[in-house]
Design a protein around this ligand. Structure first.
Ligand code: NAP
Length: 303
């Protein structure tokens, strides 16, 4: 089906995609769950974050089996060490391994991924075409690029799929919409852009918070106080901006009085667009690496 750039929703559902209705825990009705059976292959940082978000959203995880070599148990969820022990053919497979582990998983998974199985892959840089070569019989292949704040249901989630019927697209979209701002993209290249910005973004924001905290320490605050002030400032600013819908320029103007302290700081930050340039080359580097990973995955699927 033809997909459009379609914003599904903020959490909680409904309301303007560009505004946060509330940041309080949501109270949506429980009940929607994963198709039975669902397998999650790999459950590290990102798989674990998705699970945490679904749990917080009250998604029924009874149908889920996790496959991970360590067999490290996850409370309340059936966990096995090998695909051979996973059980009946899955309706949904969520791939949450590193791209480097795909070769290993592929051989074992292919025979389970038939015409009744939808594959949702989180693997950054591994294209639908590459996945399709590995799992030619699968009913549909969807790529998802989440980011770590899905764990607290404030994630950014990009989706792109091929061979999807409308019902499946809706079901998958709704599952991920429980984890934050979810958008279907109509062009796989845009998914890479979303990954460079939203997928990697929490790491850049974390660095910015750390830099704020270090600067606060240099002004004489204790390290713990500076860290808390830096984090709360970024959190509060994001909350305010999302709630008010004000542009970032308008927000900065509200803080900066003419010739005041903030303006003195902004003059440094804005000089020669130094911050814009730093962020632009940072995101470009992430996008370039994403393209390299896609090429490596493509090469290995042809090998
Ligand atoms: N981290 C992010 O912010 C982010 C953002 C967007 C997309 N992604 C994508 O998410 C994927 C997972 O990243 P991650 O950061 O969660 O990696 P991770 O923390 O290293 O987790 C990898 C998981 O894969 C499992 N695994 C390894 N070999 C396996 C095999 N042969 N069969 C089954 N499971 C296997 C590991 O099992 P054990 O637990 O038993 O060791 C672990 O649970 C990557 O493809 C990445 O591109 C990540």
């Amino acid at each position: 089906m033809t997909q459009k750039d379609m914003k599904i929703s903020w959490v909680p559902q409904g309301g303007q995609a560009t505004k946060v209705q509330t940041l309080a825990p949501t109270t949506e009705p429980q009940g929607s769950g994963l198709p039975s059976p669902t397998w999650m292959v790999g459950c590290g940082n990102m798989g674990g974050a998705v699970l945490a978000g679904w749990r917080a959203a009250g998604v029924d995880l009874a149908a889920l089996t996790i496959i991970r070599p360590s067999g490290m148990p996850i409370e309340g969820i059936r966990t096995v060490k090998a695909l051979a022990d996973a059980g009946a053919t899955p309706k949904l497979v969520i791939l949450a391994v590193k791209p480097q582990s795909l070769e290993d998983v592929e051989g074992q998974l292919r025979s389970h991924a038939g015409s009744g199985t939808v594959i949702v892959s989180m693997l950054a840089g591994v294209t639908v075409a590459s996945l399709r070569k590995r799992f030619p019989e699968a009913a549909a292949i969807v790529r998802v690029i989440p980011n770590l704040p899905v764990a607290v249901r404030r994630g950014v989630i990009g989706l792109y799929g091929e061979s999807l019927d409308e019902v499946t697209q809706k079901q998958i979209g709704e599952l991920f919409a429980r984890l934050g701002y979810t958008i279907w993209l109509n062009d796989e290249a845009k998914l890479a852009a979303l990954g460079a910005l939203g997928g990697a973004g929490p790491a850049y924001v974390a660095r910015f918070v750390r830099a704020l905290a270090k600067a606060g320490e240099a002004q004489g605050l204790s390290s713990a106080t500076a860290a808390t002030i830096a984090l709360e400032t970024v959190f509060g600013t994001a909350w305010l901006a999302a709630s008010s819908g004000d542009t970032m320029d308008a927000l900065a103007t509200q803080v900066a009085s003419p010739n005041g302290t903030t303006e003195a700081g902004l003059a440094v930050m804005d000089r020669d667009s130094v911050l814009d340039q730093l962020v632009a080359v940072t995101i470009e580097a992430a996008a370039r690496r994403g393209a390299e990973l896609a090429e490596e995955a493509e090469a290995s699927s042809l090998a």
